[in-house]
Design a binder for this molecule. Structure first.
Ligand code: NAP
Length: 269
């Protein structure tokens, strides 16, 4: 699995990880399959796992906790605090609750899930820095922040670096290319692309068949290869099935050419 530096941390993490929205809501066979899918992904090198306190009201975190119980030290674990919990004490409480559900002593990345203009970012970031100081998270990130909000977040972190911004990005959702992507590239803030498979609506008929044949890739693999072609993008496709996880893990075994990257970009403009 290809690795890329997280922000300016010097730490390299998998370019393709695993998202877990809508995972953990079922019981029985489906839950077992989801646990197996995450464990298989870890075996295949997708050791970057993203979850959030609001996914299934904590059920996603609980499932991730079950899946990583015997391999926590192999995983780069990211979760998120919801905007309604951005007051200082609430951030600390939310993090403690997430750690409990995940069954871990710390997470690797703690992210603000969406901006919340009703709570001063300085207050929220003071709490995030306290979590770094007390060892409950190693790094601080944001999600769904505009360029201006990202700048404010950076300025509100005197003792830490902002390492990432998790935003929607795929071959069919390209709005960040106008300003956020260039800004993050310049600042060396990792862009974590969510919904890289357009939430499962893979535009199969629009993907050139000759390109799939040339690289021996499936449409999903080509989408993941394309979205992570450029620095500083990593991605976290969600897959609740082992077969999808296996497919996604092989998506960047080889890279498409610059010319094909550009041709695809143009086709989906
Ligand atoms: P996604 O990853 O674009 O798509 C997930 C869908 O694609 C699922 O239905 C999955 O099916 C299917 N799939 C996965 N691999 C496939 C493959 N190889 N071939 C065909 N279909 C495949 O959408 P997403 O879940 O919205 O985004 C990914 C992650 O990003 C989320 O899980 C979450 O962690 C994060 N996210 C963050 C935010 C935010 O605000 N920060 C918002 C949305 C998402 P199966 O499940 O059946 O395998």
């Amino acid at each position: 699995m290809e690795l890329r530096e997280l922000g300016k941390t010097g730490e390299r993490i998998p370019v393709v990880g695993m998202g877990t929205w809508a995972i953990g809501n079922s019981s029985g066979d489906q839950r077992r399959e989801e646990v197996k899918a995450i464990q298989r992904g870890i075996e295949l090198g997708m050791t970057f796992i993203d979850t959030a306190e609001i996914y299934g009201h904590g059920r996603s975190e609980s499932l991730v906790g079950d899946a990583i119980r015997d391999c926590r030290d192999q995983v780069f674990l990211a979760t998120k605090v919801a905007p309604e919990n951005f007051a200082y004490d609430d951030v600390i409480r939310s993090c403690d609750a997430s750690l409990q559900r995940l069954g871990v002593k710390f997470v690797d990345l703690y992210q603000l899930h969406w901006p919340n203009p009703r709570v001063p970012i300085q207050t929220t970031m003071r709490a995030m820095e306290e979590l770094v100081a007390t060892g409950k998270t190693r790094y601080v990130g944001v999600s769904n922040f505009s360029v201006e909000q990202t700048m404010q977040a950076q300025e509100s972190l005197p003792r830490s670096e902002l390492v990432s911004n998790q935003v929607r990005y795929s071959i069919t959702s390209r709005s960040i290319e106008a300003d956020l992507l260039p800004y993050c590239r310049k600042e060396r803030i990792t862009v974590i692309a969510y919904s890289p498979l357009d939430t499962g609506n893979i535009p199969i008929s629009r993907i050139p068949k000759d390109m799939l044949a040339k690289y021996e890739m499936t449409p999903a693999q080509l989408m993941l290869n394309w979205v992570t072609f450029q620095e500083p993008v990593m991605t976290i496709p969600k897959a609740g099935r082992v077969s999808h996880v296996e497919e996604n893990a092989r998506s960047i075994d080889a890279r498409i050419s610059q010319a094909d990257y550009e041709a695809l970009a143009k086709k989906f403009e």
